[in-house]
Write a protein that binds this ligand. Structure first.
Ligand code: ADP
Length: 238
């Protein structure tokens, strides 16, 4: 797995919208960093910059100490999990999970081995022959996660992946994601506006507002000693 480092990152859209401002951030190997903040804080933009879907206006991005500013998304070996389930409706769960490997011309037996191994970890091995419409919301979520895990990316990037699920499912799903990331020893950046999600998932939390980092620390550190009123207010919302 891998570490992520952002140095003095700025992103200005259309020459005037400063979405991200002077962001310095380090995500250590095996760590889950949760980007927490209200809508418009710049969370998704930071994620897209790490993925290479946007280019920074200034600053440097390193993946495993390698400068990746000019690398294409597919060369960065990161995987994004979005809130909409990125499953192909006409394919079974097995075909969905094996698709990226098939495109890389991975031998069939190896695809089957990796898909089965991942499916077992996610406890969806009994669902491999089903199509997405035959799955519940939570099962679909796990299949979508499985699709990403089989690729063994260096870094997992989550953009509010649970916002389509109801409260009960969200609770279970966030615990499950946490367990899986720890099992994999994965490095992850996870975007949410929900501090309860941060409490469960984060090794570290980075609180953002108006594109600027307000505070970085463990959930408890930040809750107990917020550096300003914004952070304090954000953490006491229930
Ligand atoms: P968050 O994920 O925290 O809700 P975003 O990163 O999506 O915030 O957005 C940060 C700011 O950048 C917002 O003001 C948003 O309107 C603006 N923004 C994001 N993407 C674009 C874009 N492609 N063009 C112009 N402005 C954008």
């Amino acid at each position: 797995m891998s570490k992520v480092c952002l140095e003095k990152i700025n992103k200005v859209f259309d020459g005037r919208i400063q979405a991200v401002c002077d962001v310095d951030l380090e995500v250590k190997e095996g760590e889950t960093m949760v980007l927490l903040g209200p809508s418009g804080a710049g969370k998704s933009t930071i994620l897209r910059l790490i993925a290479g879907l946007e280019n920074a206006t200034s600053g440097d991005i390193y993946l495993n100490d390698e400068l990746v500013n000019n690398k294409e998304p597919r060369e960065r070996d990161v995987a994004m999990v979005f809130q909409h389930y990125s499953l192909y409706p006409h394919m079974t769960v097995f075909e969905n999970m094996g698709f990226a490997l098939k495109m890389q011309r991975t031998p069939k037996e190896l695809i089957a081995e990796k898909v089965l191994h991942t499916a077992k970890m996610l406890e969806i091995e009994d669902l491999l022959e089903r199509k997405p419409y035959q799955l519940s919301g939570g099962q679909r979520q796990r299949a979508a996660l499985g699709k990403v895990i089989v690729r063994e990316p260096k870094v997992f990037l989550f953009d509010e992946p649970l916002s389509n699920l109801d409260q009960m499912l969200r609770k279970t799903a966030r615990k499950q994601i946490k367990e899986i990331l720890k099992k994999l020893g994965a490095t992850a950046v996870y975007v949410t506006h929900d501090h309860r999600e941060a409490r469960v998932l984060a090794d570290k939390v980075c609180v953002l507002n108006f594109g600027r980092i307000q505070q970085v620390g463990t959930y408890d550190e930040i809750r107990q000693t917020p550096v300003n009123e914004f952070v304090a207010g954000f953490f006491c919302e229930e």
